[in-house]
Design a binder for this molecule. Structure first.
Ligand SMILES: *[C@@H]1O[C@H](CO)[C@@H](O)[C@H](O)[C@H]1NC(C)=O
Ligand SMILES: *[C@@H]1O[C@H](CO)[C@@H](O)[C@H](O)[C@H]1NC(C)=O
Length: 316
């Protein structure tokens, strides 16, 4: 395959359609709530700023630099906070919480704390699910729980598996009485996983999929909010954090520029190659696409369908 010679020349019998897509960012200094900013951006541009890769991240950073604004601005990021119990419990007391609120818990540090541990005084903290620590299984029944501390250190999902395989599940805590039962089985200074957790639920306002991230190493106090909204700032190197969506901040919109070009290519192939072979055609596109990507162009290439049935002449 490496031996295919690709020569871009004029006027040949192969055609290729080439589309590329770039986001342009627009800064607005008037402070609005996240929802107001979203409405504004959707009316005037495409949407609040979406950032899908490091190039776009740099582009937005430069936009803030040109604007000369160093503090927080809204981008199109938001997250839905939806705590759940490992055993699926949703009945009375399912929304009981005992956060260590004088420490700003749950504080969603670095946007990576999605599991909950209890401390010896029965106070709860959100924490990184990958951390290994002790955990509390419900060793009774769902109606009449008994709580047992497991002294082995495990991450949250391993702890969940252990409790499910051996007992009922990780502990569900529905009342002060149940929370006190947990506090009693925890020695001073020991923290242990309980069954409360949530999914990250990161979304972009324009519904782009969430693949790239640039979290700031700061706390994102959630309190009892059900939605939190994403902000970035030049002063924090364009890193992201979450704030109350009701805050009024400057914001960044984006608009989209789509370029479509029809490129005519002349392909020179080895004698033995059949340029009508769909596998070969796919490989040629892939190769061209890689070449363009090396030059910083994220292009989508397609053979023109109406020409598919044309015979491509082989050139010697
Ligand atoms: C939890 O631990 C298990 C076993 O060590 C490991 O396979 C798994 O990837 C870990 N999960 C997380 C989220 O760290
Ligand atoms: C290129 O663009 C496509 C379509 O917009 C997108 O799905 C893909 O993630 C982008 N790839 C890179 C490397 O930016």
């Amino acid at each position: 395959m490496e031996r295919i010679l690709l020569r871009v020349m004029l006027l040949s019998n192969c055609f290729s359609l080439f589309t590329s897509f770039t986001r342009h960012y627009h800064f607005f200094s008037e402070p609005l709530t996240w929802n107001e900013a979203q409405t504004f951006c959707r009316q005037k541009y495409t949407d609040l700023a979406t950032i899908e890769n490091s190039e776009e991240h740099n582009l937005l950073y430069k936009t803030l630099q040109s604007a000369g604004y160093t503090s927080d601005v809204w981008i199109g990021l938001y997250s839905e906070i939806d705590w759940k119990w490992s055993d699926g419990y949703t009945g009375a007391g399912a929304d009981y919480r005992h956060w260590r609120s004088d420490y700003n818990e749950p504080e969603f540090y670095h946007a990576s704390q999605l599991c909950v541990r209890s401390g010896d005084l029965g106070n709860w903290w959100d924490d990184d699910c990958a951390l290994n620590q002790q955990f509390i299984c419900n060793t009774g029944t769902q109606e009449e729980p008994q709580f047992t501390r497991q002294k082995e250190n495990m991450n949250w999902s391993s702890a969940q598996r252990f409790c499910r395989e051996n007992f009922i599940d990780l502990a569900t805590v529905r009342t002060d009485a149940e929370n006190n039962m947990i506090a009693k089985v925890l020695p001073i200074g020991v923290h242990a996983w309980i069954g409360l957790f949530r999914d990250p639920n990161f979304f972009w306002s324009d519904q782009s999929s969430f693949l790239f991230s640039a979290w700031d190493s700061v706390i994102n106090p959630i309190g009892s909010m059900t939605v939190i909204c994403g902000a970035t700032s030049f002063g924090r190197s364009g890193k992201w954090k979450f704030l109350s969506c009701e805050k009024r901040l400057p914001f960044v919109c984006y608009s989209v520029h789509v370029f479509k070009n029809v490129v005519k290519l002349k392909l020179k192939a080895e004698d033995s190659m059949d340029l009508n072979d769909p596998v070969l055609k796919e490989k040629i596109l892939k190769k061209l696409q890689d070449r363009l990507r090396e030059r910083g162009m994220n292009a989508t290439l397609k053979w023109r369908k109406d020409l598919n049935r044309e015979t491509v002449k082989k050139e010697l």
